[in-house]
Design a protein around this ligand. Structure first.
Ligand SMILES: C[S@@+](CC[C@H](N)C(=O)[O-])C[C@H]1O[C@@H](n2cnc3c(N)ncnc32)[C@H](O)[C@@H]1O
Length: 175
């Protein structure tokens, strides 16, 4: 009996996990695919973060950009994460590595990001093209946007770092 209930709970959790991931893949900015760590460090280097800069990862996954932006650059970093399971993973990592950044569970589109100095994104190009409007409307002049692997709609990048080994293209923008 108890084994049956436990099995049912596990099956329900797996179904909820898969359904949420599928929903975010279709209606959000794309599924959780972590940026390889060498690329995380390269991107943060190119971001040229100054102490106290406000850094947002608009789909933060397990929070790896937030972790290193705070630890290595002393940024005020916030990550938004739509998927509750992935958010939970980020909170676990945060607890394990005890980094200080902020993780917010929710859709970044519903949040004001106008005070950002730097935006980091790794999202599907179709979604990025939709997000372009929010960036142009909300972000202050001089805000840097760094997109891993994909370009952002019709925004003109200031620089494109070509793919090198396992690190995909990096697109650097300035509003
Ligand atoms: C490709 S992963 C990148 C994760 C992390 N930034 C990294 O580079 O390792 C994209 C993440 O964005 C999340 N996401 C998609 N749309 C979102 C939205 N509108 N608001 C917040 N998070 C979103 C997904 O759940 C997924 O975890």
């Amino acid at each position: 009996m108890i084994l049956g209930i436990i099995t049912l709970i596990i099956v329900l959790i797996i179904i909820a996990f898969l359904t949420t991931g599928f929903y975010i893949m279709i209606f959000g900015g794309g599924p959780f695919v972590p940026t390889p760590l060498p690329a995380v460090h390269k991107i943060l280097e190119y971001a040229d973060i100054k102490k106290g800069d406000k850094v947002y990862d608009i789909g933060a996954g397990d929070g790896r950009f937030i972790h290193f932006a705070v630890k290595d650059y002393h940024a005020k970093a916030t990550g938004f994460e739509l998927d509750p399971f992935v958010y939970f993973l980020a909170k676990l990592r945060q607890w394990f590595f005890s980094w200080k950044g902020k993780m917010v569970r929710g859709n970044f589109l519903k949040h004001d990001i106008s005070d950002a100095d730097i935006i980091i994104c790794y999202m599907m190009p179709k979604s990025l093209a939709k997000f372009q409007k929010k960036f142009e409307k909300e972000l202050k002049k001089g805000t840097k946007i760094i997109s891993y692997a994909f370009h952002i709609g019709s925004l003109k990048p200031k620089k494109i770092i070509p793919k090198k080994g396992k690190v995909s293209k990096i697109f650097l923008y300035k509003i």
